[in-house]
Design a protein around this ligand. Structure first.
Ligand code: ADP
Length: 343
């Protein structure tokens, strides 16, 4: 059983760069000991600002950051970055160009055995044989691994990684992602990884935190968040979704594909029905009210755009499928991938 002790606790974090715009608007987030939290949000949602506040590079205007019982930042306290023992991996890795890989990793260490400890860290990253190489002699993936080794070497309380895979090509990114997760787990480190890529967030996260407009809008296990988004905004962050606005009547919400259960909502209440493309099944039907306008292959599956007088939507269909552009179809809805949330 994983230890789910809260190590770092952020409450009501506020930070404004401009008077009329809050980069952090009262964000709450807990980081659990030894677990990897992925922070997913669109560009400008406040992810970097939150990371910088945890590192101590930004001071909050309201709210608090606590490590256990120790206040790092609140109305009266601001512990400087160097006293927080936070490891950082920056988007561009920020390695010292004039230092070898070993010197980079040893940089934050003290004591007579610091080079031996740095080498052990490089060995753990399977880069011991590159200890004497300079950053420009290393591939992008190797530089990232050196940056991670440097962040982990002082055995930090928390490691923060800001878009750590964004500089790498797609194939390498998947491989390095797995490796990074393995390294963080082996070190037992509490980590926060910032990304704007939903697939990446799902792949690395023990815990997923969704951020929008300076707020954490949902947290939980990746599967739970994917299956049960709390809002249309949360659903959109994790992938394509059709959003149908409806009003509840007799415990149901009407959609172009038939009614769905809206248990727990009052009659007359406006709701959003969230439908993942895989919830929509098309069948050839000469009397169907929908017409396919576009068919695209994504490899493992197909997407069909289809419309009626009431709108246009996308279905994700198993491949192969005989249904093609211009076909008349009827549509059925799999409630497994449908959620009703307040509008
Ligand atoms: P993200 O990392 O999610 O892209 P940021 O935390 O970088 O978001 O930015 C959040 C908001 O704060 C954005 O509107 C951004 O323009 C603004 N912002 C970030 N840093 C600064 C800064 N140093 N000065 C002024 N505005 C900033």
């Amino acid at each position: 059983m994983a230890d789910t002790r809260t190590v770092l606790s952020i409450r009501g974090a506020e930070r404004r760069y401009r008077a009329d715009h809050a980069a952090l608007a009262g964000a709450d987030l807990d980081l659990q000991a030894g677990r990897i939290t992925a922070l997913l949000g669109p560009s400008g949602s406040g992810k970097s600002t939150l990371l910088r506040a945890i590192a101590g590079l930004e001071r909050l205007e309201a709210g608090s950051i606590r490590l256990g019982d120790t206040v790092w930042n609140d109305a009266t306290t601001h512990i400087p970055p160097e006293a927080r023992r936070v490891g950082m991996v920056f988007q561009d890795y920020a390695l010292f160009p004039h230092m070898t890989a070993l010197a980079n990793v040893a940089f934050g260490l003290t004591g007579p055995d610091k080079n031996a400890r740095a080498l052990a860290q490089l060995d753990a990253a399977e880069l011991g044989h590159r200890a004497k190489a300079y950053p420009h002699e290393l591939s992008g993936g190797e530089q990232q691994r050196v940056a991670l080794a440097r962040a982990l070497a002082p055995e930090p309380t928390v490691v923060l990684l800001d878009e750590p895979f964004s500089g790498l090509d797609r194939r390498l990114r998947g491989e390095l992602r797995e490796r990074t997760v393995d390294t963080l787990r082996a070190a037992g480190t509490t980590a926060l990884i910032v990304t704007h890529d939903a697939e990446e967030a799902m792949a690395v996260a023990d815990e997923l935190a969704l951020m929008d407009g300076g707020l954490i809008i949902q947290t939980g296990a990746p599967d739970d968040v994917w299956m049960s988004p709390v809002s249309a905004t949360a659903a959109k962050l994790l992938g394509d979704v059709e959003i149908i606005e409806a009003r509840v009547t007799a415990g149901q919400a009407e959609t172009p594909f038939g009614p769905v259960d809206a248990n727990g909502f009052d009659d007359g209440q406006p709701v959003s029905v969230l439908i993942r493309p895989r919830a929509l099944s098309l069948s050839l039907d000469a009397d169907g009210v929908f017409t396919v306008t576009r068919r695209r292959s994504t490899g493992p599956h197909l997407t069909h755009r289809f419309h009626s007088g009431a709108g246009e939507w996308t279905a994700q269909t198993p491949s192969p499928s005989p249904i093609t552009e211009g076909d008349r179809v009827s549509v059925t809805l799999d409630p497994t991938y449908v959620r009703v949330v307040p509008a």
